[in-house]
Design a protein around this ligand. Structure first.
Ligand SMILES: Cc1cc2nc3c(=O)[nH]c(=O)nc-3n(C[C@H](O)[C@H](O)[C@H](O)COP(=O)(O)OP(=O)(O)OC[C@H]3O[C@@H](n4cnc5c(N)ncnc54)[C@H](O)[C@@H]3O)c2cc1C
Length: 644
């Protein structure tokens, strides 16, 4: 039975009361505990720094050569917080409500309220660290709007918010490394979880330079390993992002929740061909001032595609600002799932733009006329430069072309209110867990969640677990579980290195990505998903028979690293499809064509599907077991989402 451990009592008091009711670890005893933090992006770095500051011994692990290269650095647009600096009607409750509604009523109320509540502390914490948020003329921190909300609550540092936040967390982390409270292991990839008597007590890693397979012990393990969007091959995620740590923990007993909830971001640079291995996001902040449109008719679109017309030559009357037309109150700032589906609809209707026709315009002409080019440059200059460099088109002179791309995964390791997984002592934070965004994440809420988990939630909840252990003894590093798990990892590495077929791992990954995009992407059907399941099973066989993994273990071996990750993606892909098949309703980013309103919007089925799907691994090639966590809504009324 899944117990979310949501505390009783009124929503706004739950977290405060819970903090008071949890046991504390005496300062002198904190140094007797060691906590393993896997991942040093915003979630991991903030957790590790905070826990070390409290006095715990911390070991951090990441696969990059420095914690500051974590994928969080790529975040552009901003971070939400209910500070109400704009005095435009924001509040903790409104941020809570927007997030629950934005997630299409598929998130836990208590978690979301806590997130909104601590959001205000995050900004203070980051400012104290010196994060250079944009400021207004009067000196207050500036805000901009993001999708799914009618207030301006997004704090930002030009188009580099993630980088600046990560530098803040990284500085705090480094302070603790310098003090000897954190031992940092870079270029180390976690390949398995070690359990003793059912509790997480360590990990197995591979030193990515020497190939050495090592074990590390600790009293608790925190997975902060990011999202799994790269299961689609093409995504806006960094090339290294993967599911391996989460997946291997899943195979050791951590349930995986809502794997099919994927966010497909509307404002990305469109795919140009089969040669690409990465897609580029143009921040959602651009929808503050950019207007999304396509021509009203197929004829005009056809002329645009052939280069017979320039966008500027298309008269106002011939343009369809489809988001403004369909959603007058939110306009271009509808949530991502809604914006993406509408772009797809325009393209499917053959009104797309660009040579391929698989794109829509994001146009700044009005903003430049209204605000002046200098103001637009000050707000978005680095994003415009990036677009210009990649496409060789000047967005000050002609509209950007954008199209949806895989961006974020709302699904992830199931956690209770304390962020603990179904394995005692194992926690998941940041994008790695499923916790707060339901079926669709609002823009600028991932950074907020990662830092909330790391700075403000885990320092309390992990303490409660440790205080209840009843012993301060170090974990026995000679326990046979360590050697046994290490040998199992060695066996898996050897199996990968024995693959000497004719296909590259990348080819297989690309094939998987195409299946996922086609059948488990923006629109899904029972028929397509059933087909995809069979195709993925075949592809997995193909991988284990025909993949070619070069080199040996005792060296820097990118081919081996990639093979391990793709092997896990092939298993996860099937679970995503199973999950999407099980959820015979549309909600947020999960759009089942069978379940839509007359106007083509996602139609939920609250009677049957108001639950979190938490999947339990059983054995290789065996169906996983579905557990359901019922979602209880005591504070908001479930309605058909409307942004009109
Ligand atoms: C282009 C882009 C722009 C974005 N912009 C925004 C934005 O403006 N606002 C917003 O709120 N969100 C944004 N997001 C989302 C947000 O950036 C991420 O959700 C968030 O940064 C994830 O942080 P994290 O700490 O959970 O994981 P990450 O930053 O991905 O860090 C993962 C860490 O885990 C480590 N790791 C992974 N696997 C292993 C392993 N097996 N062993 C050892 N270490 C491992 C990595 O080395 C890394 O240190 C954006 C995302 C993208 C792709």
């Amino acid at each position: 039975m899944l117990d979310s451990k949501v505390p009783a009592g009124p929503l706004a008091e739950k977290w405060s009361k819970h903090k008071f009711n949890m046991k504390l670890v005496n300062p002198a005893n904190k140094r007797k505990f060691t906590i393993i933090v896997v991942g040093t992006g915003l979630a991991g770095a903030s957790a590790a720094a905070s826990l070390a500051e409290l006095g715990y011994n911390v070991k951090t692990f990441c696969y990059q050569d420095s914690p500051r290269r974590a994928h969080s650095i790529a975040a552009q647009g901003g971070i939400n917080a209910a500070k109400n600096y704009q005095n435009d009607g924001d509040s903790v409750y409104r941020l809570f409500y927007d997030t629950i509604k934005g997630g299409d009523y598929r998130a836990r109320e208590a978690n979301v309220y806590r997130l909104a509540e601590v959001s205000v502390n995050i900004i203070d914490q980051c400012v104290a660290q010196g994060v250079p948020f944009a400021r207004e003329y009067g000196g207050l921190l500036d805000n901009r709007s993001f999708g799914g909300s009618q207030v301006s609550r997004t704090f930002y540092a030009r188009g580099q918010t993630g980088q600046q936040l990560l530098l803040g967390a990284y500085s705090a982390l480094n302070r603790q490394i310098q003090k000897g409270k954190v031992t940092s292991y870079t270029r180390h990839e976690m390949l398995d979880l070690v359990k003793i008597d059912g509790h997480a007590r360590g990990i197995v890693t591979r030193d990515m330079i020497s190939g050495k397979i090592e074990t590390h012990e600790g009293h608790a393990v925190l997975l902060c390993t990011g999202g799994y969007g790269n299961v689609f091959f093409l995504s806006t995620n960094a090339m290294g992002c993967n599911v391996t740590a989460a997946w291997r923990a899943h195979k050791r007993g951590a349930y995986f929740a809502n794997p099919c909830y994927t966010q497909i971001h509307p404002t990305c640079i469109p795919v140009t061909g089969d040669h690409q291995s990465k897609l580029t996001l143009m921040s959602e902040s651009l929808r503050n001032d950019g207007r999304v449109w396509v021509p009203k008719t197929r004829e005009i679109s056809a002329k645009l595609r052939k280069g017979e017309l320039h966008p500027a030559e298309i008269k106002e009357d011939d343009r369809d600002y489809f988001l403004e037309r369909k959603y007058p109150s939110f306009g271009n700032l509808v949530p991502r799932d809604v914006a993406s589906r509408n772009a797809k609809e325009a393209v499917d209707d053959e009104r797309g733009v660009g040579k391929s026709g698989v794109a829509v315009f994001l146009d700044f002409t009005d903003a430049i006329n209204r605000l002046g080019e200098d103001t637009v440059r000050a707000k978005y200059g680095n994003l415009f430069d990036m677009y210009h460099k990649i496409t060789d088109e000047n967005p000050y002179k002609q509209p950007m072309r954008i199209y949806p791309a895989v961006h974020y995964t709302m699904g992830g390791v199931w956690v209770d209110y304390n962020l603990m997984t179904t394995v005692p002592g194992l926690y998941a934070l940041g994008e790695c867990n499923f916790s707060d965004h339901g079926a669709n994440r609002l823009g600028a809420s991932a950074l907020m969640q990662g830092l909330s988990d790391g700075y403000f939630v885990i320092p309390f909840t992990v303490g409660d677990y440790l205080a209840n252990l009843g012993s301060f003894a170090p974990v026995d590093k000679n326990h046979p579980a360590f050697e046994q798990t290490r040998q199992e990892v060695e066996g898996k590495v050897a199996a990968l290195l024995a693959l000497r077929g004719t296909k590259t791992v990348d080819d297989i990954h690309k094939e998987l990505g195409k299946i996922m995009w086609e059948y488990c992407g923006m629109a899904r059907t029972a028929e397509g998903l059933t087909k995809a399941k069979a195709m993925i099973q075949e592809l997995r066989k193909d991988f284990w028979q025909n993949a070619n993994v070069l080199g040996k273990n005792e060296e820097l071996n990118l081919s081996l690293e990639k093979a391990g990750r793709v092997a896990d993606f092939l298993e996860l892909g099937e679970l995503m499809v199973d999950d999407a098949l099980d959820r015979n309703e549309s909600c947020g980013g999960h759009f089942r064509l069978e379940s839509q309103t007359d106007e083509g919007e996602a139609m939920r089925n609250d009677e049957e599907y108001t639950y979190v799907s938490a999947w339990q691994y059983t054995a290789d090639n065996q169906p996983e077991v579905l557990h359901k966590e019922d979602l209880v809504f005591e504070n908001v009324k479930l309605t058909q989402r409307s942004y009109k």
